[in-house]
Ligand binder design. Structure first.
Ligand code: G3I
Length: 396
């Protein structure tokens, strides 16, 4: 609002009168309400058109976005203006960058790194070990049978040294291990046991090894454990246990990535704060690594043969999304000392990974065949324009 006044001197008097009138009518209608003005989202666009998200949050944390070798061409102007950190959405994942033992696909990852360097944008590395988009060959021995633990460890070390080594000094963070904790409600099942990493090791040895290899390969990069649904109480405690163990074993871990694939309904503020407090209590830093807030609160019920009707970005879901974005950024600002970056997962509502999930978010079952239902989860609309939620986040 202050910029608006500064840049519109002629209208200044009128705006002040309007603001006072609004404040008066608000207090008269709701005499007992003690809510402060800042609890109401302010979606008024700011007048300074030179600023992007990275400038509004300059004193708080980096603002990031997940990109592909395509989006750095099609959406380059928006990315350069709004963000000062990027993550490769897919192009650095093991199965994509290292599809066979003696073959690496550097092209897309190199293009993203070159783009970021050219525009002085920082780069997060994503990721070095995951149960998805991995390299199946890592788990197969020379005889075609499951590879031994020793062979898998040697391959993991070679992979990490080669990839982290190639980009040494260029990545400020690596997501070293992604989603190794079980996502189910049973608190006694700690690790994701269906993962080929677990099947091979039957212990968290691979997690510790990955962090040690990454530290050897680039001692200056910050090393993160990255996870989704981290605010849900049962999973939160499993993650906390793992982090405590890594710290006790002197594993070189610097931080925790909260993916933050959220919906307009969940998680609540208390859950986010509790998860943050636990991680911070261990002396770890934090990033929100994959933020999006889908307008769907649960997967759609799909009836075979019946087309799914998409209600679209209705005023009701828009209002809920604005309120949610404001709530989470209010918390982010309060924890700014510990939060190093907030990264959105995809550029705009034109294309989100969520759109093909039939209304589901991370951890929800994906309908088969895939069902298309737009999620509208980001701060830029289908035309790459700033949404009201953008201003609710920016205006403090
Ligand atoms: O590479 C093939 C391409 O050759 C083919 O033409 C195309 C046709 O569908 O598919 C391409 O692969 C897709 C790949 O993204 C690259 O676009 C896969 O089908 C698709 O499943 C894959 O989805 C990615 C997903 O991870 C895989 O689980 C999403 O784009 C990506 O946003 C998502 O990112 C993950 C984070 O890394 C970790 N946290 C969860 C997050 C969302 O699942």
């Amino acid at each position: 609002m202050s910029n608006y006044f500064i840049n519109n001197g002629a209208n200044k008097g009128m705006l002040i009168v309007a603001a006072v009138a609004t404040a008066l009518s608000f207090s008269q209608c709701t005499p007992k309400q003690t809510a402060t003005v800042s609890s109401v989202p302010n979606t008024t666009p700011q007048a300074d058109i030179s600023k992007g998200l990275k400038d509004y949050f300059n004193d708080d944390f980096l603002m990031g976005v997940a990109v592909s070798s395509r989006s750095i061409r099609t959406d380059s102007a928006l990315i350069i203006k709004e963000f000062n950190s990027v993550t490769a959405e897919n192009d650095m994942k093991v199965g994509i960058i290292h599809p066979a033992e003696n073959r690496y696909n550097w092209k897309n990852a190199d293009d993203i790194v070159a783009f970021a360097e050219r525009h002085h944008i920082k780069i997060r590395g994503h990721n070095l070990l995951w149960h998805k988009q991995g390299a199946d060959w890592m788990f197969v021995g020379p005889d075609g049978k499951p590879a031994s633990k020793e062979l898998v460890l040697q391959r993991l070390r070679d992979h990490i040294h080669t990839v982290v080594g190639r980009y040494k000094g260029k990545m400020y963070v690596w997501d070293v291990v992604n989603e190794a904790i079980d996502d189910g409600p049973d608190s006694t099942v700690m690790y994701r046991e269906s993962s080929p990493w677990w099947t091979t090791f039957k212990s968290p040895e691979f997690i510790e090894a990955a962090f040690r290899y990454a530290h050897e390969a680039d001692p200056s990069a910050k090393l993160y454990y990255n996870e989704f649904n981290s605010e849900r109480p049962v999973k939160r405690e499993k993650i906390f246990k793992l982090l405590k163990k890594l710290k006790a074993d002197h594993v070189p871990i610097d931080g925790v990535g909260f993916q933050a694939h959220w919906t307009v309904d969940r998680p609540n503020a208390e859950q986010i704060r509790k998860a943050l407090d636990e991680v911070i209590s261990l002396g770890l830093e934090v990033q929100f690594t994959e933020l999006d807030i889908t307008v769907h609160t649960k997967p759609a019920e799909i009836t075979p043969g019946k087309p799914l009707v998409d209600p679209g970005y209705t005023p009701e879901v828009e209002a809920k999304q604005i309120a949610k974005y404001k709530m989470v950024f209010d918390i982010f600002r309060q924890y700014r000392k510990h939060i190093k970056a907030v990264t959105f997962w995809n550029v705009s509502d034109r294309g989100s990974w969520l759109d093909s999930r039939g209304g589901g978010s991370a951890g929800d079952p994906i309908p088969s065949p895939p069902v298309f239902l737009k999620a509208y989860p980001l701060l830029f609309d289908v035309n790459n324009q700033r949404k009201k939620a953008y201003w609710a986040v920016v205006n403090n």
